[in-house]
Design a protein around this ligand. Structure first.
Ligand SMILES: *Cc1c(COP(=O)(O)O)cnc(C)c1O
Length: 503
């Protein structure tokens, strides 16, 4: 199994090379040369496998340099005691058709743990396989959840260092505290005066700057990425699509071969792309429902075939989806173009130059076979949180609410009765202020909630009788370790300053 670049101008890479490098030298993203088919018999067998067994199986298909025992060990370490549910990703039933896959039982209570508990282990093992002599320096741009999950994943991992950049003022109070209190001798956290796209563009610019790479090399590091463009992050996400199917099959909610839908609250397009890959491997998926917030560039793309990032950027109650450039979409475009890297290069050049590009009408129609897209504003999201709480006594976070709303739209429009899995990407306690505001009765005073990050957490717990997750509870007493903020132009200086300080 070799990995090829979506832009077609870089050398092929082995799995371990792709994981160590993060991104191809031509600016493209690595994709497997082929998708490995999984047959119905195997799907059936999966009903008796643990999450860890399933993860080792699915990932093993794409990691030929890793032998089965090695992979098993890595998987067992990644998905072990740091998760607070033995199922790792429990499937919660709302009603006979609607299920919620909870991906927030890891150490940072957001779905990025699924990938970022695995990636550092894959990366260190890959470095041994590629005989890497330098340590890796991971640079991350985060809209909130990736940052903390990456810090947790890489904290004190030998031969690695990590620096996380977040948009100053663009993450929730809990997210900010989680990052600023991060311990570890190889971690750094820096705010950027700008929005997430400014932050991500800044990190991308550093990755593309040979002079910067040389200066980092001088400190004994090579650059790599833990953003969702890294194959080592995408791969672990394919697993839970199979897992959902196996759970439904095991509970006899569906029969072998029945198609199901997934609704995915989408930002950078990593999560839903993993679902598309699962479908490409033969998982019986009818529609992948791409749910956006008010930053609905993807909704328009799936409807019209035109991707246009020239639009206002909104800060919403689902900040992890406040994104106008969905990096992983490039991998989908590669498939849609018939793996034509020249076309992908043209589209990406147009995106960079004028901020938009368009696929053909036929390509748009082909996409509509697999995808449905819709969006949800903050007021609609709050309504969904309240309604689902009232009807099912189930508490959703603001991102999951976006998915639930778009699912309602889809069901109304299509009349589709197939079993549907909402991918739940964060614990409601990670976005407690907005979740609390959505369900609190109008006559209850809420002044204290605006003042203090924990007031909303405590009030939410009291109001709903649900426990505060340990990951939030511990934040109360941890000291602030990181308080740096810089302008987008100062990001290089910020990195070199940290490296100099560690010398
Ligand atoms: C990252 C994130 C998303 C978006 O996932 P993508 O893979 O970037 O599309 C949605 N919800 C939450 C809570 C997240 O942390």
């Amino acid at each position: 199994m070799q990995y090829i670049s979506t832009r077609g101008e870089a050398q092929n890479a082995s799995a371990s090379q792709a994981i160590v490098k993060g991104m191809a030298a031509d600016g493209g993203l690595y994709v497997p040369e082929a998708f490995v088919p999984v047959d119905r018999d195997t799907l059936k067998k999966m009903t008796s496998w643990s999450y860890q067994e399933l993860a080792a199986f699915v990932m093993g298909k794409y990691l030929p340099e890793f032998d089965a025992d090695e992979l098993k060990e890595l998987v067992n370490k990644a998905y072990g005691e740091k998760f607070d549910d033995p199922a790792i990703a429990p499937l919660h039933k709302l009603d006979d058709r609607e299920y919620v896959l909870e991906l927030f039982h890891g150490p940072t209570i957001a779905f990025k743990d699924i990938a970022l508990q695995m990636l550092p282990r894959l990366m260190v093992a890959s470095m041994a396989k590629t005989r890497e002599s330098k340590d890796v320096l991971i640079l991350v741009a985060t809209s909130g959840d990736t940052g903390k999950a990456a810090l947790e994943g890489f904290c004190d991992v030998p031969h690695t260092a990590i620096q996380v950049f977040y948009p100053d003022g663009g993450v929730s109070a809990a997210q900010l505290l989680q990052m600023r209190t991060q311990p570890g001798c190889n971690v750094a956290v820096t705010g950027v005066r700008g929005n997430f796209d400014d932050t991500q563009t800044g990190v991308k610019r550093l990755f593309g700057d040979d002079g910067f790479a040389e200066r980092v090399d001088g400190y004994g590091y090579r650059l790599s990425s833990a953003n969702s463009i890294n194959w080592g992050r995408l791969l672990p996400q394919i697993v839970y699509y199979f897992w959902s199917y196996a759970q439904l099959l095991g509970q006899k909610a569906i029969s072998l071969g029945d198609e199901i839908n997934f609704v995915v609250p989408t930002g950078n397009f990593g999560n839903i792309l993993a679902g598309y890959y699962a479908k490409a491997m033969g998982l019986p998926v009818h529609k992948l429902i791409c749910a956006s917030n008010r930053n609905n560039v993807l909704t328009d793309f799936f409807e019209t075939g035109e991707y246009d990032r020239n639009r206002p950027f909104y800060r919403t109650a689902s900040p992890s989806m406040d994104i106008l450039i969905s990096s992983n979409l490039e991998r989908l475009l590669f498939e849609v173009s018939g793996r034509d890297s020249q076309t992908v290069r043209d589209w990406m050049a147009a995106l960079q130059k004028k901020g938009d590009y368009a696929v053909s009408g036929a390509q748009r129609d082909a996409l509509a076979e697999s995808f449905y897209a819709g969006y949800c504003d903050d007021a609609q999201g709050a309504e969904r949180i309240a309604e689902v709480w009232e009807r099912y006594h189930y508490l959703m976070d603001t991102h999951t609410a976006v998915a639930q709303h778009v699912y309602g739209q889809y069901r109304k429009e299509s009349g589709d009765q197939r079993s549907t899995v909402l991918i739940s990407t964060a614990s409601p306690y990670k976005f407690a202020t907005d979740v609390f505001a959505a369900i609190v009765p109008p006559d209850v005073p809420t002044l204290d909630v605006a003042e203090d990050a924990f007031a909303a957490v405590d009030r939410l717990s009291m109001l709903t009788g649900t426990p505060v997750p340990a990951a939030i509870e511990s934040l109360r007493s941890l000291p602030i370790r990181h308080d740096a903020v810089c302008d987008p132009e100062e990001m290089e200086t910020a990195v070199l300053g940290v490296l100099e300080g560690r010398k």
